[in-house]
Design a protein around this ligand. Structure first.
Ligand SMILES: [Zn+2]
Length: 207
């Protein structure tokens, strides 16, 4: 049973899905990005594209461009390299999501040129940060997305410990997962009894 309706009519449930996707997206991992692609295909509308120009800071000099002995040899004024990316825009109930586009841009002239193309919206230059959203909150949001979209089999596997090897108490579904994972660690029989079979086999070895 999928509780999220498709289509263009305004929907509170799709709004909830978008808010959950926002939270999940802040601590991305390969499995999440696979889900994100499918969710956007189903529920989002395309809306042109954005461009992003990112100046990667130099780790040798800490982004200062120099050290005690003079100029840093690994960078240009603290900028190690620049990435220029085209990001396809998707919108779910007013929430914007980005998917990386395969278009390659090597110079700032390329970037300026593609910003003349119809459909361009914004240039993003800020550094993305997931500060303030914990891994636990993102995993909880993913679990609720699975619940609302009918991914019960995947949700059950996740509750039984699949996915990131990380469990937490506090959020409702995360607490259930942590309890199940804790219960799996509880030995049903005393260690001496559990090891009896293994020890019996060992004792038969000739060395
Ligand atoms: Zn440097």
């Amino acid at each position: 049973m999928n509780l999220i309706p498709q289509g263009t009519t305004p929907s509170l449930r799709r709004c909830i899905l978008a808010a959950l996707m926002r939270i999940a997206n802040r601590n991305g991992h390969p499995q999440w990005y696979a889900w994100k692609t499918r969710l956007l295909e189903h529920y989002a509308e395309r809306d042109g594209f954005d461009t992003q120009r990112y100046e990667a800071p130099c780790w040798t000099c800490g982004g200062t461009g120099g050290n005690d002995y003079g100029e840093c040899f690994d960078c240009n004024d603290g900028v190690h390299h620049v990435t220029r990316t085209v990001l396809t825009r998707y919108i779910i109930e007013g929430y914007v999501f980005h998917q990386i586009n395969r278009t390659r841009l090597y110079t700032d002239e390329d970037l300026d040129a593609i910003e003349e193309v119809d459909g361009w919206r914004h240039r993003l230059t800020g550094k993305k940060s997931n500060k303030g959203t914990s891994q636990a909150a993102s995993m909880e949001a993913e679990a609720w997305i699975l619940l609302l979209c009918g991914g019960y089999r995947t949700l059950w596997r996740w509750l039984c410990g699949a996915g990131l090897a990380y469990s937490f108490y506090g959020y409702p579904l995360g607490t259930i997962r942590a309890l199940i994972m804790a219960a799996k660690r509880v030995p049903l029989l005393p260690r001496r009894v559990r090891n009896a079979w293994w020890q019996w086999k060992n004792r038969d070895l000739p060395f």
